[in-house]
Every structure is written in C-alpha cells, then in structure tokens.
Design a binder for this molecule. Sequence first.
Ligand SMILES: [Zn+2]
Length: 216
Amino acid sequence: MKPKLRHWQYQAPATRSHSSEIKQRIRQYLKRKVMKSSSPPYQHVCQVGDPGLRSKASPVDPVEICSPQVQKVIRTLIKVMRKLDCNGLSVPQIGVPLQVTALEFTECMLHENPLNAREIKGLAPFPLKIFVNPSVRILDSRTAAFVEGCESISGFSVCVPRYHSVEISGLKERGESVSWQTSGWPACIIQHEMDHLNGVLYIDKMDSNPLNNFGE
Ligand SMILES: [Zn+2]
C-alpha cells in the first residue's frame, strides 16, 4: 500500500535534452514493468487487470514456510516493498497466489507526513512485520476514511472507509504464531493488504463521492 503524498510541481515544456530524458525514462519504465516479466515472484508489482490480483490466495502449508521457495517469496516481497517505499505489500501483487503480506512503517515515512496528518491518522513507526496465513478480527467497528494509494493501481489515490481498530493473527516468516492489535493508519494498511489476499482491490470499496477522490 502506498502512503498518500501530494506533489504540486511546475512542469517545464519539453526541450530536446528533456525529450531524450523522457525517452530514457520510458525505456526504464518498460524494462521495469513489461520486459522484466520473468517468473514469479516478480521484482515488479502486478497492475490492475492482471487476473492474479482478483483471485483468492491459498494458505501456505505451515511445514513449507521455511522451505527455500517460500523464503525466496518472502525475501522478494520485502525487497519490492522497500524499493517502492510503501507501507505494505502482499504476495499476490508479485505474482504468487499465497497468503503472505508484509507491513512496515519507518521513522523516515513518519517524517514525510505533516504533524497534523500524523495526529489524525494516529501515525507511529512500526518495524517490518510478516504475516503468513493471516486472519483479521474487528475490534472497533466504527469506520474512518483515509486516502490510500496502491502499487497495483499506480498513479491514483482515493478515500476508503476502514474499521478503526483490528487484530491481525497469523504466522511469522519462520512459522511462529503472531498477533497484533492496532488502530488508525496501521489498521487501515492491514485491511488493505488483507483485501489483496482475497482478490479485492480498493476500487471495490472506495468512497464513491468523486469530490473525496483525486489522482496523485
Ligand atoms: Zn494495494
């Protein structure tokens, strides 16, 4: 899941050198998004329209968690999430239909948000958390709508109503049991990532009022 950051920037008209720079960026984009389509787990994030994003992920057999294959999937998930500087990412987004998700909110991400946003969203850093076969229990069914982005719907962000407080339970990256109770923004990230494991995208749940939604 992508944190919402808004940038308003003057764009100068394209000059010859600027235009070659644009071509170079397009080549890099194609290399990243299209040409680099090796086998899963991908080093890129699948985009909306990919059928893998609309399927329910399968649970990981607990005896397989420490296998080289599953460990490679988890390592790749973390690597891609950090490369994209996002708060959460799920394994179906890198092309593997398994119930594994990663969450992380660093001190650096916290400081990218203005003070009032930190208060409203209840932002606080938390270390990397991996959940294998997670389930979620709602602790507070009141809802709040935060602006969310998603690496699988690149370039957009919308308001999505989410439950205020939840508990997520599952297994850690080496198979130990884990559960975490949280509220505000982390609860929002958890619900967003759980949706990915069920083939659901935020466009299925977003606030339908266009005045509350906007692109990046
Ligand atoms: Zn997402």
